[in-house]
Design a protein around this ligand. Structure first.
Ligand code: ADP
Length: 627
């Protein structure tokens, strides 16, 4: 829960930092926009001024080149002579030839010679058809200025159908009197072409402030500033602009005719767009130059849109670069965080490993100690078991000897008879040998051997029974074990007149130690004989349960007094006996049960249905069955 809170705070912190960084990048982009715009504006101003200077220089050079022509012609005596004698054909021809030659030489558009009344006397140039000789041009401003004795300098549209041009005129005097006027028209077509070649709109206005040249045709003959009534009247009288209507310029430019600045950078203007040669909707910076010689003004408009686009692209570049830088920084920070986390995880893992190793080592040590203790205990237990086994063996043997002791009387009795017979046969044999009746002696000795054999038959089982040997389980023929046990108690059973019914198939086998099984059977048979003492019916039954080959149990039943309730409960308790002291030790059944348990069987007792007791030795399953 706490970890999630910390992670959330971290996440929020990261977002705040990211937002701040983005703001910084944005601010940098805005700053880049401003700087780029300022630098661009400065560059644009320099470029515009440069273009303006070039244009002004072009205007000046075009006019300068030709404006001295009228002054030069003023000095020509032929012109004055012809003006004084206009009817002289020789002079006329000479003057006309001279004017044509001069015009060809200097490349002026037109050279006019007017008389004092303003009538055209001669014209030389490419457009001689513009005005015919004799035509009255006294209304022209340049004529009037020259007629007044001054130099005329005027832009004028010219004669009908003629292109506009710049006229420079000078008076031709005879002494003090002005006898004629000579004028040269300077072609401004080159300037118009130059204006049209410019990328940005530009214009040239004359000394009246009227636009006389512009790439935007709609601007021509519009006044940058309102014309005075006098200027208007003069222009109309001298047909400066032919019959053109002078309209105000598309936007008011704050220019003063009186004291115009040589160069002015005007505030940006928004020029509205329409189809009549106006500028499209964009912000323009305007620069202006006043040409002192002619009083003309050259105006250049610079579109700020490209400037802004450039500034915007610079800003975008800065923003992109900033964002990329930010992303790289974020990536590096993230990477550093991951590396730090990884290191922390590794440290944690190493610590966990160390703790685990310590724990494992501790546990291993404790396990080793426990194991050693267990091994010690196992060894002690094994030793105790061995001791116990030895003690049990001793006990079993003692019990066996006790049983033998009980059988001793009967056995002695059994041996006494053949011993007596042996003695008699021995005496007889000695007598027969003395008499020389060797045949009979031999016969008696044969009988002696027979008797000895019988005695051996009585003693051998006793010897076997008494032998102290550790338990060695093996396959035992049950009938043989039963017979051996019966033989040991045979004397007692016969003496008590007990009927023995043994229903044990010859094939029946048991997996146990034969000596110990016999000991159990002897004990059971002995107890049965004791129980049947004085009973009218005395029958000992030995039978099996289960299959003939490997029976499940051996059942020993008698027809004795049976098991009283108190006796049955304590039957297998060591030292429990109902027999008189010295007769029973009370160990027989307890040891028998231990023996049977040892070879994997059970020993139980119950009262028989027809009276008497019944002892059941449950046998372990055949070892092949176990597998
Ligand atoms: P002991 O024979 O020395 O008394 P056991 O352990 O062999 O010791 O027997 C314990 C007692 O069980 C006997 O004293 C006897 O009272 C009783 N008992 C054993 N076998 C029989 C039997 N077949 N019928 C009746 N009682 C029996």
């Amino acid at each position: 829960m706490i970890e999630r809170g910390v992670r959330r705070r971290e996440w929020l912190g990261q977002r705040v930092w990211l937002a701040l960084a983005l703001c910084c990048v944005f601010a940098a982009a805005v700053q880049a926009y401003r700087i780029s715009e300022r630098l661009g504006a400065e560059r644009m101003r320099v470029e515009a001024n440069h273009r303006l200077e070039l244009l002004a220089a072009a205007v000046d050079s075009i006019i300068l080149r030709l404006e001295h022509i009228p002054g030069t012609l003023e000095l020509n005596p032929d012109l004055r002579a012809w003006l004084l004698a206009p009817g002289d054909p020789v002079l006329a021809a000479r003057v006309q030839a001279f004017l044509h030659a001069l015009n060809d030489q200097v490349g002026a558009r037109l050279i006019y010679l007017l008389d004092a009344d303003g009538r055209l006397l001669a014209a030389a140039g490419r457009d001689t058809s513009a005005a015919a000789p004799g035509e009255d041009l006294s209304f022209r401003s340049y004529f009037r200025w020259a007629r007044g004795g001054l130099t005329g300098r005027d832009f004028s549209v010219g004669e009908a159908g003629e292109d506009a041009g710049y006229f420079v005129s000078r008076p031709i005097r005879d002494g003090e009197e002005v006898v004629g006027v000579v004028a040269v028209k300077i072609d401004l077509g080159v300037l118009q072409q130059a204006l049209e070649a410019l990328e940005e709109p530009a214009l040239i206005a004359d000394s009246n402030g009227v636009v006389i040249m512009s790439a935007v045709s709609g601007w021509r003959y519009s006044a940058l500033e309102p014309m005075s009534a006098l200027a208007h009247a003069t222009a109309r009288a001298s047909r400066l602009y032919d019959d053109e209507e002078i309209v105000p310029f598309v936007v008011p430019l704050p220019l003063r005719t009186g004291s115009p600045p040589k160069e002015a950078t005007l505030p940006a203007l928004v020029l509205t767009a329409d189809g009549a040669g106006r500028l499209d909707a964009a912000r323009y910076r305007v620069v202006l130059k006043l040409l002192e010689r002619t009083g003309w003004r050259v105006v250049l408009f610079s579109n700020l849109r490209s400037l802004r686009a450039e500034a915007f692209s610079h800003a975008a570049l800065v923003f992109s670069a900033g964002t990329v830088l930010l992303m790289a920084l974020a990536y590096l920070l993230q990477r550093r965080r991951i590396v730090r986390q990884k290191l922390a995880t590794q440290a944690l893992l190493a610590e966990a490993n160390r703790v685990l190793e310590t724990t494992v080592e501790r546990r291993t040590r404790s396990l080793r100690e426990t194991n050693e203790r267990l091994q010690r205990e196992v060894a002690e237990r094994k030793a105790a078991e061995a001791e116990l086994r030895t003690a049990q063996d001793e006990l079993v043997h003692a019990a066996r000897l006790a049983a033998l002791g009980q059988l001793a009387t009967g056995i002695t009795h059994e041996l006494s008879q053949p011993l007596g017979a042996l003695s008699t046969l021995n005496d007889n044999a000695a007598e027969y040998l003395r008499r020389g009746a060797t045949d009979k002696a031999a016969r008696n000795l044969e009988l002696v051997a027979e008797m000895v054999g019988r005695m051996d038959g009585i003693i051998t089982p006793l010897r076997d029974f008494a032998r102290k040997s550790p338990a060695q389980p093996g396959e035992v023929r049950l009938s043989e074990a039963v017979d051996a046990a019966l033989r040991l108690v045979d004397h007692r059973l016969q003496k008590q007149g007990v009927e023995v019914v043994a229903r044990v198939p010859a094939t029946a086998r048991v997996w146990c130690d034969r000596g110990r099984l016999e000991q159990v059977l002897v004990n059971l048979f002995g107890n049965a004989a004791d129980a049947m003492e004085g009973c009218p019916t005395r029958r000992l039954t030995i039978e099996i349960e289960g299959v003939a080959d490997w029976p499940d149990a051996i059942v020993v039943s008698d027809t004795g007094r049976g098991l009283a309730e108190g006796v049955r409960a304590r039957l297998f308790e060591p030292f429990f006996s109902t027999k008189p002291r010295g007769v029973g030790l009370g160990l027989g059944l307890a040891i028998s049960r231990d023996i049977v348990h040892e070879f994997g069987g059970t020993l139980s007792a119950r009262n028989g249905e027809g009276g008497g007791a019944s002892f059941r030795i449950g046998l372990p399953p055949h070892k092949e069955d176990k597998a």
